[in-house]
Design a protein around this ligand. Sequence first.
Ligand SMILES: Cc1cc2nc3c(=O)[nH]c(=O)nc-3n(C[C@H](O)[C@H](O)[C@H](O)COP(=O)(O)OP(=O)(O)OC[C@H]3O[C@@H](n4cnc5c(N)ncnc54)[C@H](O)[C@@H]3O)c2cc1C
Ligand SMILES: NC(=O)c1ccc[n+]([C@@H]2O[C@H](COP(=O)([O-])OP(=O)(O)OC[C@H]3O[C@@H](n4cnc5c(N)ncnc54)[C@H](OP(=O)(O)O)[C@@H]3O)[C@@H](O)[C@H]2O)c1
Length: 423
Amino acid sequence: MESLTNWSAKNPYSSKITENYVLNGEGSRKETRHVVFDLGDSGLDYKVGDALGVIPENPQSLVDRIIELQNWNPEEIVNAGKGEKSLRESLKKDVEVHRANKKFIQSLKDKIISSGMNIQVKMTSRNRKSIDGELILEWSDDADQEIELNRSIPSDDPASKSRYLYDNPDALEDYIWSRDYIDVIEEFDIRYTPEEFLTLADNLKPRLYSIASSHDAHPGFVELTVGIVRYHHHGRDRGGLATVYMADELAMSGKEVGIFMSPTKSFVLPEDPDTDIIMVGPGTGIAPFRAFMEQRVHDKASGRNWLIFGDQSEKTEFYYKETILNWLDNGELDYFTTAWSRDQEEKIYVQNRMAEHGEEIWKWIDNGAYFYVCGDKTYMAKDVHRTLIEIVETHGGLSKDDATTYVEKRMMKEEKRYLRDVY
Ligand SMILES: Cc1cc2nc3c(=O)[nH]c(=O)nc-3n(C[C@H](O)[C@H](O)[C@H](O)COP(=O)(O)OP(=O)(O)OC[C@H]3O[C@@H](n4cnc5c(N)ncnc54)[C@H](O)[C@@H]3O)c2cc1C
Ligand SMILES: NC(=O)c1ccc[n+]([C@@H]2O[C@H](COP(=O)([O-])OP(=O)(O)OC[C@H]3O[C@@H](n4cnc5c(N)ncnc54)[C@H](OP(=O)(O)O)[C@@H]3O)[C@@H](O)[C@H]2O)c1
């Protein structure tokens, strides 16, 4: 059943977090949290496979520092397209201030020129001269002319630097990767009006999270498995907007947070509860499969369940260990395969385990099993895809081309039983 209400990204429900704890053991390099939201009287419903939209806010410390550096009046009433409010509130809720964007950096060039900072650097001139056939470079002191710094040479002079970033998309990407507006404002010593800044900054966007609970198992609540994004650049701790907001600012503060449902049409359990399912979900990719298992247990589905999970170390990343062991004990989870990537010299990933169990995986698939993948889109999902084709080729006795057609056309497109939730 879908949501009966019209809560949406534009009209989110104000929820509260009722549980928020770290799933990792001591000594982990990661911070992965289990976060529970109260659905209260919202009337919101969801099915397993759906995602939850979370509306984050910027860290107050960043907002205050930008205001201070720009010497703005925080109480000035502004409108960044989401209604009139104070500048301080608008910077907290309407635009993303935790990372500098391209538009802002590209605006620096003209801003610097218009503010009279277009510094022309004086250089002595350099001549080539031949003495006795030998070519030498001679530096002369009397060059009065002002020579603009060569465009291809990054320089500390703000005008040249802004032009260099403007002209070089790769350098621009590199530059913004590790910087926020505070870094840029300090580095270029530049002033914008609040209106200019709000126009240039990106609108604040909600983040989606695969729901990690079945509503039947947790009526009135929705639960997530969230990998908190934290990093350190240029002497400051920084992080992802929504994840750090949930981990640090919301935590268990009782503060309200805007949420909405993002229903899936495709990432669903098989209609027939007798159908077997294989779930590949390393890291936070386990989220929807916790929900799938809860639903299959609740529904007393008779199809077999196989979970292939992995992360860095069994000691610190065995998320939902007790629950998983209970499912195994109760015969609700038929197979549980793990890939602890850093518990031995060589990396072991979920696709390595899939290959080891290739024959059995093929038997399940040949018998009509659904095959699900959730987690990292960039590397893991591609490697798992390749491995699945290899399994079909090796154990199904098909040519490479036929195995690819089987996986990509038959399983994925026609039968819709190879389903992915990757990000
Ligand atoms: C359908 C869907 C389901 C999802 N499900 C989940 C889920 O279940 N659990 C989960 O945790 N996430 C999930 N995600 C990802 C989630 O939506 C967010 O993208 C993620 O939590 C990061 O959001 P953030 O606001 O904290 O980070 P952002 O502020 O969006 O920043 C993330 C960006 O930070 C940058 N970054 C990362 N590390 C560094 C570094 N060291 N230096 C500089 N920059 C860096 C990267 O460019 C990265 O894209 C899902 C995404 C989708 C689309
Ligand atoms: N958009 C965002 O900002 C954001 C936020 C959170 C997560 N993510 C991404 O979402 C994914 C999930 O993050 P996560 O912390 O839950 O887990 P993760 O980083 O994907 O790690 C889970 C496990 O997968 C392993 N792994 C690494 N490369 C792999 C590959 N090519 N194939 C198979 N397994 C591989 C990891 O091993 P090793 O670590 O030992 O290599 C680890 O054991 C990551 O890619 C992460 O970057 C993105």
